[in-house]
Design a protein around this ligand. Sequence first.
Ligand SMILES: C[S@@+](CC[C@H](N)C(=O)[O-])C[C@H]1O[C@@H](n2cnc3c(N)ncnc32)[C@H](O)[C@@H]1O
Length: 402
Amino acid sequence: MDARSNQYAESLRSALAGRMVAEGSLRDERVTKAFLTVPRHEFVPLVPLEVAYADDVVLMKRDEDGVAISSVSQPSVVALMLEQAGLQPGHRVLEIGSGGYNAALLSELVGPGGAVTTVDIDPDVIERARQGLASTGYEDVRVVLADGEFGSPESAPYDRVVVTVTAWDIAPAWVEQLAGNGRIVVPLRFRGQTRSIALDLVEGRLESRSMRLCGFVCMQGAGASYERVVPLEKDTVRLGFDTDQQVVEPPPDVLRRPATQVWSGVLVDREEPLSDLNLWLACTLDRYCVLTADRSAVKKRRLAPIPGWGTAATVADDTLTYLTSRVAKNTETVELGAVAHGPAAAEHAEQMVRQIQIFTTHHRNGPGPALTIHPSEQLTESPDDKACLQIERPHTRLVVSW
Ligand SMILES: C[S@@+](CC[C@H](N)C(=O)[O-])C[C@H]1O[C@@H](n2cnc3c(N)ncnc32)[C@H](O)[C@@H]1O
């Protein structure tokens, strides 16, 4: 690239960092400095500079079904995870899911006294990461082609394990290869949402320090796991269950039965993320699942409005109930409510609305949920009393409490 293009790239990089600081997605000074230093465009050489410096994911590869399997992550999500990781000079870091850009940022943050190992399962990604890191002066980063489920024991122990691909569980290798007071940052998916979670190792278990909603491509290899889906309305509406949940199928025509709507009186900003409320409903309502739908289903009025990612739902007593909203008096806020179809519609819609109100009174402005992850081999039979929700995964038990 000539000097003029390099200068232009630098100005775009600085503008992106400035916007991220102004929006609050870059808060840490050292992380900001790393963002100003690492040339993101070198890791996405085929896209225009303006795209390389937009706060957006750059999709790099799809599988044969068109599903995204590799990307260079969105800068604000990268920043969130780097801040959650609390990296210090001299740290040894393992990154699961590569591409080069984040590995270069990690390298900036741990400095010459630290060490970065980055692992990817895809040889094309490894090749791209190697090239990008070599051309930008980060050849010290160890780039490994492997299934990240098994970590990279050669350079362990690690002060930080940063997972940049959606995981359903904490692989035993990540914990085994973690230093005594280490931290794992991982986009963990449960009950239909992915949260980037910082987990500290405390007496053999992992305790959450922060959780933020995010999105990533899904893990492949030995740790891959998929939700089970019940299709409705010719697959334009879907109910998703985690593998530890019992799949409950409503009658196939349930959405064509009369709807009962109950409103909560709870007003929220249109943009307010409802992730804590969704988790509260997952904790407190029986037979929880996540309802997703094509836009056509809402347009055809098969469904009341729901957010793009989906919404909290329950299936019980042949009745499907889900969280919805309606525009309140002024257009900036919406009122939350429940819609139910089926023989026990009134009862289940009222139950959901009661939980919306309880959440609003006790938790909406609180610290939010905490997650403790117990490795399976340490599990006692007695469930944790304080636990609001226990999720069994192949290697761990996830315990959500409030
Ligand atoms: C979102 S991308 C990583 C982005 C990257 N950290 C960056 O610098 O922008 C996720 C990557 O995870 C990889 N991946 C998926 N399953 C994996 C596994 N089991 N082990 C290692 N890498 C995996 C994919 O090949 C993909 O390249």
